[in-house]
Ligand binder design. Structure first.
Ligand SMILES: NC(=O)c1ccc[n+]([C@@H]2O[C@H](COP(=O)([O-])OP(=O)(O)OC[C@H]3O[C@@H](n4cnc5c(N)ncnc54)[C@H](O)[C@@H]3O)[C@@H](O)[C@H]2O)c1
Length: 390
């Protein structure tokens, strides 16, 4: 029987949001479990929250204490990786300290609040070869894996145009004044970074574009807008992009589009056809080919050599899934990321880890690309929407 990996939480107490899907995803397979946490910036609250946790975990007064004390335990009893689910301004310090102690890091996006910090993390990971995941949830859907295979293996031909978007409506009024802690820090430049909407969800849209197409953005022209009065940061983020193959793309995000919930999706137009995928209906990928009926590929019902798809990669087909018709969604996507990360952590511990190619989860460099994109978008928008090279 394999020993379950021990995961330490940094953040997650006091009514926090994203820790919940993560900790479910950690426990998904029985091969990982949460064992400890530094759950709140106030040491007393952190300990109280740990005591009240739904299952037994060891509480710590701070993440410094957690990292120090855990490393004093023998291998097998200490944390095998940490999960950072704090607001953006508390990503860099715990990630750096964990890496310096040799602990693999699964860190929420956006990676940091500025490029300098992101670059420091990239250098640390490169220098130490410690597994690091940036938590871009949506690349964990099996259908994102299939989309990536279809586009990057050239089945749509050269890519001309991509529309990658994440549209929400929850900040359409001053949610930050209504006691919603998730809104309070997202609109504060000190805790969110240089962009609210772009950093929070524009980075997801960018990651989906880069993951599915395998193409980087080379130039951009941005429009960051603030529709709700009194905010210092954008709540609407529109970026026109040039791609590495000469194609064009729109990376757009909004938090003021009433009625939209977590409307992330991507449309990829190639010379031979179009691919469409939406995370609110994540179990299928639609392909449009000229003069043919539309093809709708459902997870669990995809077969190789069907007249459009050629051979399918063994690792894609082997990723464990439940049968089609039993819907996978957000938690399954998170679980797939933790599952793939677990494999790398185990390889790291066995001395066989050779680094990640970014095909299973977003890397630290993907995280850096998100911050670079946001910073250049802010610069373009401030300077009269000029084109800027990345
Ligand atoms: N991948 C995704 O789909 C996704 C979705 C939502 C949020 N996020 C990201 O996750 C992070 C957290 O977002 P959230 O909405 O869960 O925030 P939240 O406000 O709900 O939770 C933040 C948590 O961090 C804790 N915290 C703050 N400072 C701390 C410190 N110094 N030490 C220990 N704990 C501390 C808070 O007490 C709280 O428990 C953000 O970076 C956000 O961008 C990602």
């Amino acid at each position: 029987m394999v020993r379950p990996l021990n995961v330490g939480l940094i953040g997650g107490g006091g009514g926090a949001f994203i820790v919940n899907p993560h900790q479910k995803a950690i426990h998904f397979d029985g091969t990982r479990r949460v064992t400890c946490g530094a759950l709140h910036p106030d040491p007393a609250i952190a300990m109280k929250e740990a005591e009240a946790w739904a299952y037994p975990i060891q509480g710590y007064r701070s993440y410094d204490e957690m990292l120090d004390q855990e490393m004093k335990k023998p291998a097998g009893e200490r944390v095998d990786y940490v999960l950072i689910v704090t607001p953006n301004h508390v990503h860099f310090d715990p990630a750096k300290k964990a890496l310096e102690k040799g602990i693999p890091v699964f860190c929420e996006k956006p990676l940091t609040v500025n490029l300098q910090e992101s670059e420091a993390l990239v250098s640390l990971v490169k220098g130490t070869n410690i597994p690091f995941c940036t938590a871009h949830t949506y690349v964990g859907h099996w259908t994102s894996r299939l989309s990536r295979h279809i586009v990057t293996s050239g089945l749509l031909g050269n890519i001309r145009w991509v529309d990658s978007y994440y549209i929400q409506g929850w900040l359409a009024s001053r949610t930050e004044d209504m006691g919603v802690m998730q809104a309070e820090w997202r609109v504060d430049p000190k805790r969110a970074g240089a962009s609210c909407c772009g950093g929070d969800i524009g980075t997801h849209a960018l990651m989906q574009l880069r993951y599915v197409t395998g193409l980087n953005v080379t130039k951009l022209q941005a429009f960051l807008e603030t529709f709700v009065a009194g905010r210092q940061l954008d709540d609407h983020f529109t970026v026109y992009c040039e791609l590495a193959n000469g194609g064009k793309a729109l990376v757009r995000a909004s938090q003021i589009a009433i009625g939209h919930k977590n409307d992330l999706g991507i449309e990829v137009n190639g010379e031979k056809g179009t691919l469409i995928w939406r995370q609110e209906n994540p179990e299928c990928v639609t392909i449009h080919l000229p003069g043919q009926p539309d093809r709708v590929y459902w997870r669990g019902e995809v077969k190789a050599n069907d007249g459009f798809l050629g051979d399918l990669p063994a690792d894609l087909m082997a990723e464990p899934t439940i049968p089609s018709g039993h819907p996978e969604a957000f938690h399954d996507a998170f679980a797939r990321l933790h599952r793939c990360f677990e494999a790398d952590v185990r390889a790291y511990q066995a001395g066989t880890y050779k680094g990640t190619d970014g095909s299973k989860y977003a890397t630290v460099d993907d995280g850096r690309m998100g911050i670079l994109f946001v910073e250049k978008a802010v610069e373009s928008s401030k300077n009269g929407h000029t084109w800027i090279s990345l």
